[in-house]
Design a protein around this ligand. Sequence first.
Ligand code: KE4
Length: 427
Amino acid sequence: MNIQTSARLFAEAQKYIPGGVNSPVRAMKGVGMPHPLFINHAKGAHIWDADGNEFVDFVSSWGPMILGWGHPDVVGSLHAQVDRGTSYGAPTELEVELARLICEAVPSIELVRMVNSGTEATMSAVRVARGFTGREKIVKFIGCYHGHSDGFLAAAGSGVLTLALPDSPGVTKGTTADTLLVEYNDIESLTALFDERGDEIAALIVEPVAGNMGVVLPAPGFLEACRELCTQSGAVLIFDEVITGFRVAWGGAQERFGVLPDLTTLGKIIGGGLPVGAFGGRRELMETVAPLGSTYQAGTLSGNPLAMAAGAAALRALSEPGVYERLEKLAREVAEGLTAAAAKGDHPFTLNQVGPMMTLFFCEGPVQSFADAKQADTAYYAQYWRHMLESGIYLAPSQFEAAMISLALSEDDITRAAAAATAFFAG
Ligand code: KE4
């Protein structure tokens, strides 16, 4: 496959951008590529790189493009707005419309504040929880990613109840000292932590379906335990639905699994492909946010008219009858095709899926935690990924990410992906 233009663009990019990319996972280092592919354009469920190579896309820009590229309502909303002004730094009707759609869709959200990224959303939600409770500790789960604000860049230290250590230069010990880490789905350790330190805990933040260690499902009772322990201790339960929001159901994972958090963070899909994030939840919590309350949070481009227009158009398209049934059907067909293909090979594998997000792990199942996920054969994943790329299928360039299904996938796209996978595993 000719990727010379990407090679040239990468050489140029490295002159000006650290690592030649604006986000590390795009570097494609996890799959043994000499350099990332530079994308030229996309339409529907297809994406073209700078050398004109066409791929069926299963990344969806890491989630936002659930409708595919070029949805007429989303593009139309941007064309209608762009000549009216791209940013005012003032309230607009557009942000009221998107806020209304979110409050009506997400069961636990009574008030919502728009921001510009998932990182901003989770950072702000934790601040609200700390301000509301007057407490300082936060609980997060090993393998969950909530963006790159300091308190979340914490690695498991040693000790029975895992104290966190900085997981990046520049993150201070003081910051991560307020972060307590537990294995995902480990209800026993979580309960022990709350028994011992519940009165210090401001918030527990969790991906209700983990997507950043590859897809890992909540074990039966896990989300309910998070809910109950927070209720009992007075800690704030935060569902980080930046991926799952409007993906696994119209009302997100909280609707699909029937557990309501106190705060929810959103991103990706709600911006229709434009930069966006949001945090929202129970009125008594959100009323503490400035200027109504005293917990400060702000942003020059928060509620940006283009992002609001595209996001509202995307949510209106997703609110149409039968959309999520169709998404589930497409996802089921993709999962069945990949599973049948992998079964033709001799490498251990297990597929974790919640509707339109899934990961094919190359290890024995079950994969129910980051410790399990780390058993996956990343070298084999890299071989699989490169084979699929050469076959015109664009997968997430990491074993520890999710395949994100879009409504733009055709039956032919799904058949092509299954055939390419079969050729790899049976080959
Ligand atoms: P952003 O700041 O990247 O918009 O959102 C951070 C974030 C928060 N919460 C969850 C559950 C997330 O998955 C993310 C970001 N997801 C990654 C991919 N899994 C974004 C891709 C990237 O970092 O380039």
